[in-house]
Ligand binder design. Structure first.
Ligand code: HEC
Length: 102
């Protein structure tokens, strides 16, 4: 029996399984990269950062934009409900980050 599986390799393995099961082991960074990955996978072939900035200008109010995106993405290349939440979060945080004073 092999006993030389290092702890960090084991940790990476567990994380990989957790990721593929949609579980987030590192809240914060994990959620953000998962959200970005969901956007890239579902929307990235047609939309990028310029589109996101455009949607931010078109719908300046964050709460109204949230409601608009949530409705719109129920019929526009609709992702699953869990992915829709992630994708809307990603768009919202990208717009918020672009507006934050530097
Ligand atoms: C196969 C290409 C394609 C995919 C995939 C796609 N879209 Fe689009 N999307 C379009 C096109 C084409 C338009 C219309 C272009 C326009 O309005 O300028 C559009 C328009 C939009 C708009 C603007 C709607 C409006 O009324 O102004 C939003 C927001 C949007 N898409 C979000 C998304 C999101 C989020 C995803 C991923 C879940 C996604 N789209 C996936 C092609 C795509």
């Amino acid at each position: 029996m092999r006993t030389n599986l290092s702890c960090s390799r084991l940790t990476r393995f567990v994380r990989a399984i957790a990721r593929s099961a949609g579980v987030c082991l590192t809240p914060g960074t994990g959620h953000a990269s998962e959200a970005e990955a969901a956007f890239k996978a579902r929307c990235g072939q047609c939309h990028g950062a310029r589109d996101i900035r455009h949607w931010g200008r078109q719908h300046a109010d964050a709460a109204a934009r949230q409601a608009w995106l949530d409705q719109f993405l129920r019929r526009h290349y609709p992702p699953s409900e869990a992915e829709r939440t992630l994708i809307v979060d990603y768009i919202q945080s990208a717009i918020a980050a672009a507006r934050a004073p530097r």
